[in-house]
Every structure is written in structure tokens, then in C-alpha cells.
Design a protein. Structure first.
Length: 255
């Protein structure tokens, strides 16, 4: 039987996003202590408007420099990468391309409806599964992102498993396969509970488990606890329960 190992995390946040609690160095030291081999920082990308809960443009260079300093300082103990997490909208391709040129990699985290520079965060009042699907597929095919973070994020607000949800899931799975883009199995929602029916979503992931989609475990760590064995083991139990063992990959191909 395949053994699932989680030693390469590509989804890590810091105090630069204003809603995480650890510094770059604190995250690195905890990862080393817990025998991680790769730690990828993926701060929420800056936007052309000020947001309280993300990296600001004025801090971007400092963030990149701090991560790069850690790369050198800890290079004998752990591989460190500097990335950004972005809400993709095809109208803003040049903006994302500019960001990609500044860092090691990008990941797509679909938190916003449409243009991310506008205040349209997904919530229970503006659910649009067609739009969510389109943005996720566009992120798969644009060539800028190494993987899709928490593709089932919309189930935080959409609490039904109906025909629309099934169609959305199948379309995202098809795009993942077509463009060879892994889907991120997110541990952040498991930080304080053993099981969750909404996010990660058992129905979504069981569909994935019936395919050859690549699945990447991601901590989405906003504090070091999400990198702990307790949380990781919760995620691994669900991965086994939902039939995803053979889908899991350990290392990410950086695009």
C-alpha cells in the first residue's frame, strides 16, 4: 500500500498578510523542527487597492527579500521557495504575469468573484458556481500557476451537493487533467476539528478519487499549528477515507 508523506508544503502565510501570526523565520524553524524538506511561502498577492487581510504593494519587496535571506541562511536544512497566492481573472493576465516574474512560483486560490481588484469576495450572498468554475478553469489553462489551491473553497458557502455542484466538480477535474495541474487538498480547515463536511468537501474529493487527478496536500498555514503532525494526520485519514491515496503527489512541478 502506498505510504502518504507530507514533507513538502507549498502554501504558507506569514504576518505580511495581516491575518497570519508567524514570521518567515518562525515558520522556517518550525518546519525544520518537524522535518519538512520544502517550505514554499505563498503570501496573498498585493492588489491595486488596499486590503486589510493581504500583502500590500509597499511590503512586497520586503517579503521577497526576507524569504530569499531565509533561503540562504537555512539552505543546508530545508529548501525554501518564494511564491504568491492569487485570485485569477483572465482580464488581469498582465498583472499576474508581472507577479510571476518576481517570485519562484504562483498558486491560484479562488477567493474572489471576477476582477480581484474589486471587493467581491465569495460569500453566501454572491454564489455563482458557473463563474467559480470558469475562473478555476482559466487559472488551469493560463500557464502561470503551479497548482490550484483549495479548489473546493466554494463549499464554505454553497452547502448542497446537487447537479450544479456535480457539474462544477466534473469541470474542474477535467481541467486539472487536461492541463496537468494538481489540485490542493487543504489542511487549514482541519486545524480545529477532526472532520468537516463542507471544506474540505467529501463529495468533491471522492469524485477526484475516481480519476487520475494529481492531488497535492497543502497546509495553507496561517500559523505553525497547521504544519503539526496532529493536523497533518487528520488530513491523511480523510485522504485515505475518501479514496485519494493513489492521487497524492509529494513534490510540485514548478511552472
Amino acid at each position: 500500500m502506498k505510504i502518504i508523506s507530507f514533507k513538502h508544503n507549498y502554501h504558507t502565510h506569514t504576518i505580511y498578510c495581516h491575518h497570519a501570526v508567524d514570521t518567515v523565520e518562525q515558520m522556517v524553524k518550525y518546519a525544520i523542527k518537524n522535518h519538512y524538506l520544502t517550505l514554499g511561502f505563498s503570501e496573498h498577492a498585493p492588489l491595486n487597492v488596499i486590503r486589510k487581510r493581504r500583502l500590500n504593494w509597499k511590503d512586497l519587496d520586503n517579503y521577497i527579500n526576507e524569504v530569499n535571506i531565509a533561503k540562504i541562511k537555512y539552505k543546508k536544512q530545508i529548501k525554501i521557495l518564494c511564491g504568491l497566492e492569487c485570485e485569477y481573472d483572465s482580464s488581469q493576465y498582465k498583472y499576474y504575469k508581472n507577479l510571476r516574474n518576481k517570485v519562484d512560483y504562483l498558486i491560484s486560490g479562488n477567493h474572489n468573484k471576477g476582477n480581484p481588484h474589486l471587493a467581491n469576495a465569495w460569500n453566501s450572498k454572491n454564489i455563482d458556481l458557473d463563474q467559480y468554475t470558469k475562473q478555476t478553469i482559466d487559472a488551469c489553462k493560463c500557464g502561470l500557476f503551479s497548482y490550484i489551491a483549495h479548489p473546493d473553497y466554494i463549499f464554505k458557502f454553497y452547502h448542497a451537493w446537487d447537479e450544479d455542484a456535480i457539474n462544477m466538480t466534473n469541470d474542474i477535474v477535467d481541467a486539472s487533467l487536461k492541463y496537468d495541474i494538481p489540485l490542493g487538498f487543504n489542511l487549514n480547515g482541519l486545524k480545529n476539528k477532526q472532520e468537516t463536511k463542507d471544506y474540505p468537501n467529501n463529495y468533491f474529493w471522492q469524485v477526484v478519487g475516481d480519476t487520475k487527478c494529481k492531488v497535492l496536500i497543502e497546509a495553507d498555514a496561517h500559523d505553525h499549528r497547521t504544519l503539526s503532525k496532529t493536523v497533518v494526520n487528520r488530513g491523511i485519514r480523510l485522504i485515505k477515507k475518501w479514496g485519494l491515496t493513489d492521487n497524492v503527489i509529494e513534490n510540485l512541478k514548478i511552472r
